[in-house]
Ligand binder design. Structure first.
Ligand code: NI
Length: 178
C-alpha cells in the first residue's frame, strides 16, 4: 500500500479508455489500497486508477458520510433524475464547474471478494460514481461544460500552471489530526 503520483490534466493516461480487469487478484487489491491511500492524502472523495497512472477499470468513491464504494469493471444500469451541481477533480486542482448528473444511479460492480453486486447511490455519492466512471472512459468533468465555460476554465488552468512543467504531482501524506 502506498501513496502514488497523481496525473494531472495534460497527462495522456487521463484520456485513455481503461481496460477491464480480468479478475480480482493481488494486483487489483493493491491498486484499490493505493487509490484509498492517495485519495485520502489528497482529501478527495473519489479517485480512478488512471489518475495514478494505471489504465484499468478500477476506481473508488468515498464521500465520508456513507459506505465507500469500490468500483471494479463498473457499469451503470439505472439512472434517475438530474441534478446540476459544482464539481472538481484532483487531476485539475482548483478548477470547478457545474455539471448535470443523474440524481440516482444503480451501478454494477465487482467487490474485492470477486462478487458481482449492484450498489445504489444518490446525490453526491451518485455524482461521484458517475465522475469516476467517466475517468475510466477518458472523460473529464470539463468535457461536460459548454465550450465557452470550458475554454474559460482551461485558460485559468494554464495561467495557474505557468512555469510548471510536466503533468505529475507528488502527493504528500495528509497531516495527522490531533
Ligand atoms: Ni476526477
Amino acid at each position: 500500500m502506498s501513496i502514488r503520483t497523481l496525473h494531472l490534466l495534460g497527462s495522456p493516461v487521463l484520456r485513455e479508455r481503461s481496460s477491464e480487469v480480468p479478475e480480482v487478484d493481488d494486483h487489483v487489491r493493491e491498486l484499490v489500497a493505493d487509490l484509498f491511500d492517495t485519495m485520502r492524502a489528497e482529501q478527495g472523495i473519489g479517485l480512478a486508477a488512471n489518475q495514478i497512472g494505471t489504465a484499468e477499470r478500477v476506481a473508488i468513491v468515498d464521500i465520508g458520510e456513507e459506505e465507500a464504494i469500490v468500483l471494479i469493471n463498473p457499469v451503470i444500469v439505472e439512472r434517475e433524475g438530474t441534478i446540476r451541481d459544482e464539481e472538481g477533480c484532483l487531476s485539475i486542482p482548483d478548477i470547478y464547474g457545474d455539471v448535470d448528473r443523474a440524481a440516482r444511479v444503480v451501478v454494477q460492480t465487482t467487490t474485492l471478494e470477486g462478487n458481482r453486486v449492484a450498489v445504489e447511490a444518490t446525490a453526491l455519492r451518485a455524482r461521484t460514481v458517475q465522475h469516476e466512471i467517466d475517468h475510466l472512459d477518458g472523460i473529464l468533468f470539463v468535457d461536460h461544460l459548454s465550450p465557452l465555460k470550458r475554454r474559460m476554465l482551461l485558460k485559468k488552468w494554464k495561467k495557474m500552471r505557468k512555469g510548471q512543467t510536466g503533468y505529475l504531482k507528488q502527493v504528500a501524506p495528509a497531516p495527522v489530526e490531533d
